[in-house]
Design a protein around this ligand. Structure first.
Ligand code: HSE
Length: 311
């Protein structure tokens, strides 16, 4: 069946997952972004409406990730067609929840649906990765991969791009707390050291391997022992008010581990039940409130589905 319009939801994501800077990520059920694509007669790719961004995003389709992926997808397939894009942001920008990735993935999944699914999700992935370069200067894949493929993903290699979807233990819950401050990914990347002492690298790849093994074996104790970041968190945590207390509160409330979500300022914790996830959320919120920072919070199982066709 050919259609003239399509509406798609794509989820927020937690990138890095403590030890896996730029290589690990997982998808949440919410928040997320919604896009509506319609074929038009102008022959151009146009962004006709963006809501929920307080006017911050570019309306120029060549500069907005949603427009960029639609353009590169159509060029790749040699299709000449005009598309009107509506983007409804239902998640905060600059929050460390993969906002640009959710928009790119929603638009990409939508254009593929509109054109009759010529490409698989894995084939769509490089378009979304390139869109991240437009959004924040580097083509990192650890938000777009879980947003598009669902579940937990590992970027085994960037060149060539090799992404692995990992199994998700059924009892795993994520708590994400978003403090109301903004950190741009570009800025959070610019403060990082460019080289790493060997002893930190050893600890880090031990933990990445441990986390992947823990997911494969549904071994929650191993997952817990592996949720440490020796390399990035020590620097980025300085940008998040009361970070150490928030993390301590999460761990005392029963988290398997707690760290920064993507480039921050949101923080995530993993646990093994909704009830524990709720207790963790409460504890983390209170620790932010102690320094007068307001928060939003999301608690959900890992979203194994990825983007969803709404109609
Ligand atoms: N891996 C990226 C970073 C994710 O930490 O900079 C950005 O959300």
């Amino acid at each position: 069946m050919t259609r003239d319009s399509v509406r798609v939801y794509a989820p927020a994501t937690v990138a890095n997952v403590a030890c896996g800077f730029d290589v690990l990520g997982f998808a949440l059920y919410e928040p997320g972004d919604e896009v509506i694509l319609r074929k038009n007669h102008t022959g151009k790719i146009e962004i006709i409406l963006i809501t929920g961004d307080e006017g911050k995003l570019s309306r120029d389709a060549t500069k907005n990730t949603a427009g960029v992926v639609v353009d590169s997808f159509l060029k790749h397939l040699g299709l000449r067609i005009g598309i009107s894009i509506e983007l409804h942001k239902k998640m905060p920008l600059g929050s460390g929840l993969g906002s640009s990735a959710a928009s790119a993935v929603a638009a990409l999944f939508a254009i593929n649906e509109l054109m009759g699914q010529p490409l698989t999700r894995m084939e769509l992935l490089p378009f979304a990765v390139e869109a991240e370069r437009v959004a924040c200067g580097t083509a990192h894949a650890d938000n777009v991969a879980p947003a598009l493929l669902g579940g937990f993903t590992l970027v085994r290699s960037y060149d060539p791009l090799d992404v692995v979807k990992l199994p998700v233990p059924s009892e795993l819950f994520a708590t994400v707390v978003h403090p109301h401050i903004e950190i741009r990914t570009e800025d959070a990347r610019s403060i990082l050291r460019k080289s790493v002492p060997l002893k930190d690298a050893i600890a880090q790849w031990g933990n990445v391997g441990g986390l992947v093994a823990g997911l494969l074996m549904a071994d929650y104790a191993l997952i817990s022992r592996s949720l440490h970041d020796q390399i990035v968190e020590p620097m980025r945590s300085l940008l998040i008010p009361n970070f150490a207390q928030v993390k301590k509160a999460a761990m005392e409330a029963g988290a398997l581990g707690c760290s920064i979500s993507g480039s921050g300022p949101s923080m995530f914790a993993l646990s093994t039940s909704l009830h524990t996830g709720q207790n963790i959320a409460h504890a983390m919120k209170q620790a932010f409130a102690a320094v007068n920072i307001q928060t939003d919070c999301y608690i959900s199982p890992i979203n194994t589905e990825g983007p969803r066709l709404l109609d």
